[in-house]
Design a binder for this molecule. Structure first.
Ligand SMILES: NC(=O)C1=CN([C@@H]2O[C@H](COP(=O)(O)OP(=O)(O)OC[C@H]3O[C@@H](n4cnc5c(N)ncnc54)[C@H](O)[C@@H]3O)[C@@H](O)[C@H]2O)[C@@H](O)CC1
Ligand SMILES: [K+]
Length: 474
């Protein structure tokens, strides 16, 4: 499990550690880790550190301090290091002295050529978008230089991943002590490049985890595996209420996902039974006992009664997607005994929250948390980084396996069926949602292999995704 902590808990852990260490020890550890990554990148790109051109963009706080001390280390190894302060009157004094002592120089503007640019403008103390003086430096980053962000790309909000205005786009982000949510959540996540975590001895408490990303072994532990005594009912029956005369394909795809989610059987309810059976003769048709409901893909408007009927099945977990989310009654959802999992994309989330879609896109983490709080349900917010918030508050899961190839028609229908099957297998909402997103992302990657992919191929690649995950759990 990869975990991320809020700025507040990182700061608290830092205070505790600093009290036990000599002054400057933490920054020295951070700078040593940063310099090691920079040296590795220079060696990879140019063959050596000696003679390379390194530019440090230096902000007024400790983030700039890290950059200066790391720059000093690189200068001692023969790199030509130029520090460009955002505000020459506010520069970390110890860092500046160290850089100068190592032979580095201070410049008033960004040199036109550089092998490596170190972004030490703002770290976890940054608030709001880059102000003009910082933005002007970022604009001048020479083309072709490798950009290494210190702790996080400047202009990205560490707690939310929000980017208000200009921000650095890094090739590598060297982060200290712990991941921050902004490194894992879009739009920030698309700015970080490869993330390298430097251990500086921080130990934030487990209860303070703000975000977590599952890895193969975690998903392997979650996936239900049939035992010798399993029959199809014990493995769970998924009821799929999806599709319409207009959108029969959504029913087929949701069923395809459900069939590959490890359930014992799939029961289809709706007007697209012919299309479903033509494709999947193993499906049961018509109402009957189920262990979870998947309601919504391709239903179209005017099907509120069917949505209400599933929600009224109080002891059965329900997944609501697409048209199943129309005009959702918060009181009904909050009043349910069994799990409810909502799987909106940004537009549907915006409608549920009564805000503009852009607002959700810009603040995805806040939006998914607010939806989970308001509806008392687990919420999976689809998108470039899919987020899953648990019903009762707590760490939000971010899916690390997504691929932009999955932005294809019907892909969400497959995901709904898959997550519904995991609900039928007994997984809580947040586990069903995050394990489904993980498998779905992997399947998308396997099916795409660098080429366009269609939703039914994603469904067909799900067994390969299961096998790859389960192999890691053995
Ligand atoms: N606290 C610690 O124990 C450690 C901190 N470290 C580094 O210290 C960083 C945090 O340092 P600071 O708390 O000094 O904060 P930062 O260096 O992130 O920046 C804060 C400074 O930037 C200014 N500022 C904030 N938002 C701005 C904006 N939008 N535009 C322009 N200026 C803005 C503030 O006025 C303040 O002077 C971490 O990200 C990390 O890089 C590391 O050295 C490891 C140890
Ligand atoms: K930075």
């Amino acid at each position: 499990m990869r975990t991320a902590y809020s700025v507040e808990s990182v700061r608290a852990a830092e205070r505790e550690l600093m009290a036990r260490l000599p002054e400057g020890a933490l920054m020295a550890r951070a700078a040593a880790g940063l310099a090691a990554v920079c040296a590795e990148l220079l060696a990879r790109g140019r063959g050596r550190v000696y003679g390379s051109r390194v530019v440090l963009l230096v902000g007024p706080g400790d983030n700039g301090g890290d950059a200066l001390y790391a720059g000093a280390r690189l200068a001692r190894r023969g790199a030509g290091v130029t520090a460009v302060p955002m505000d020459p009157a506010r520069v970390h004094p110890g860092g500046l002295a160290a850089l100068r002592a190592a032979g580095g120089r201070v410049g008033a503007s960004v040199p036109e050529r550089a092998d490596l640019v170190v972004d030490g403008l703002l770290g976890i103390g940054g608030r709001g978008g880059l102000r003009p003086a910082a933005a002007a430096l970022v604009e001048r980053i020479p083309a072709g230089a490798t950009v290494v962000a210190v702790d996080l790309p400047s202009g990205v909000d560490a707690d939310t991943g929000e980017v208000a205005g200009p921000a650095v786009t890094a090739d590598v982000t060297v982060t200290f002590g712990a991941y921050k949510p902004g490194l894992l959540t879009d739009p920030g996540a698309s700015r970080v490049g490869a993330v390298r975590l430097v251990d500086i001895g921080l130990e934030p408490p487990e209860h303070a985890v703000a975000m977590e990303a599952l890895q193969h072994a975690d998903v392997a532990r979650l996936l239900p595996v049939p035992s010798a005594s399993s029959d199809k009912y014990r493995r769970g029956v998924v009821g799929v209420v999806a599709g319409s005369e207009q959108y029969p394909g959504a029913a087929v795809l949701a069923v395809a996902g459900a069939l590959r989610g490890g359930a014992g059987a799939v029961r289809y309810v709706g007007p697209a039974a012919e299309a479903v059976l033509a494709r999947f003769p193993e499906v049961l048709v018509g109402r009957g006992r189920v262990q979870s409901w998947v309601v919504g893909p391709g239903l179209g408007a005017g099907r509120a009664e069917e949505v209400g009927r599933a929600l009224a099945d109080a002891d059965v977990p329900v997944l609501l997607d697409a048209d199943g989310l129309r005009g959702l009654d918060g009181a009904v959802v909050r009043g349910r005994r069994a799990a409810t999992l909502l799987t909106p994309h940004a537009g549907e989330a915006a409608a549920l929250l009564g805000v503009a879609r852009e607002e959700v896109e810009a603040g995805r983490l806040g939006a998914v948390r607010e939806l989970a709080r308001r509806y008392g349900a687990a919420v999976l917010l689809k998108g470039s980084t899919t987020l899953v918030a648990p019903a009762g508050g707590g760490a939000v899961r971010v899916n690390p396996t997504g691929t932009s190839w999955l932005a294809t028609a019907g892909s969400g229908d497959v995901l709904s069926g898959l997550a519904g099957a995991l609900l039928a297998g007994g997984l809580p909402g947040v586990d069903a949602g995050s394990a489904a997103a993980y498998l779905h992302g992997l399947a998308g990657r396997f099916a795409a292999g660098g080429a366009p992919v269609v939703a039914q191929e994603v469904a067909a690649a799900l067994p390969e995704a299961w096998r790859s995950v389960r192999a890691a759990g053995q």
